[in-house]
Design a binder for this molecule. Sequence first.
Ligand code: GLA
Length: 383
Amino acid sequence: MNINLEEKFAEQYHKKADAVYFTPGRVNLIGEHIDYNGGLVMPCAITLGTWLAIAPNHDNKFRFKSLNFDIETTIESDISHEKDGSNWANYPIGIINEFIKDGKEITGMDFLFYGNIPIGSGLSSSASIEIATAYALNSYFNLGYDKLELVKTAKRVENEFIGLNSGIMDQFAVAFGEKDKAIVLDCETLKYKMVDVDLGNYVLAIINTNKPRELADSKYNERVAECQTALKLLNEEITLHYLCELNAEKFALHSHLITDETILNRATHVVKENDRVHLAAKALNSANLEEFGRLMYASHQSLKTLYEVSGKELDAVVDFCMGYEHIIGARMTGAGFGGCAIALLEKGFEEDFAKHLTDYYVDKIGYPAAIYISEIGGGPTKL
Ligand code: GLA
């Protein structure tokens, strides 16, 4: 981080910060739009993230300031609060509401946030802010929650307070991430394994399309509802809690129940993407990166044509990657509708890739994308 947060805290609040915490963002290597369908996902934490400095105050208020946004918010610390439009402070406010509902004693506190995750880029800046708040308060006030409880609290905030019917992947990934490891998470049972990510002669490139994610939340909720429709139809013949209880073969036996083409496409993506993650986990374990890359391309194709959450910007990036000989796999990551793609890029070609992709992308889209070479980082920490 190129900012001295403690110094900024002193400038803002005219006192010293008591503690500073870091919480990462995440990328998802593969397994997209299947967490809310009980599927297997493979995210990892990244070294971009959210820093949070806090110190108690004596007037029983919570004050939220951020170096990234102009809006400053102050609320009373002993009552639950309503959502305030699209104010970024809804994320910490939502967490605090949940702790208050749980009967936890938390007294006045001043917060200063700073994040270097590009906002709206699909790298989970919101989950990072939620977990940063939950982790900091839990540790400062000894609230006694374990990490999974913090994750579930943050998901509840996202679903019930913010209004996005997301799955658990993002909050889980930023809370449980470990350096150089991917999390292979079963979203039905919440059992997980940490898997070494040894990319050998490759690096993980993150390409931000810089496309604003307009209407992304409503389209996201629409996809969640379409999956529920598919599930309901399949339940006329079999008993299922989640679409991902079926593999492609079993799905084929019952897919005739889904007559609407769009719903069938959505369910087909979900079931096959889940199968791909199982194959990808095997490929990673046996260091078969070529196979992993092939599965990434297949995932993108399915998100583009069957699930329809890509877009011309993400497709332009992945199309370029397919034609670039030093990349073995690429796909959109996260919710889609803009945001970021990831690619497995041969070491030593970082500059060449950035130059050629930029030329191609500007020509097609009209403005540049941003390229980062990412490291897989650890979970939340007190600094
Ligand atoms: C967003 C949601 C996640 C997940 C992804 C798509 O990031 O928050 O729960 O559904 O989209 O895989």
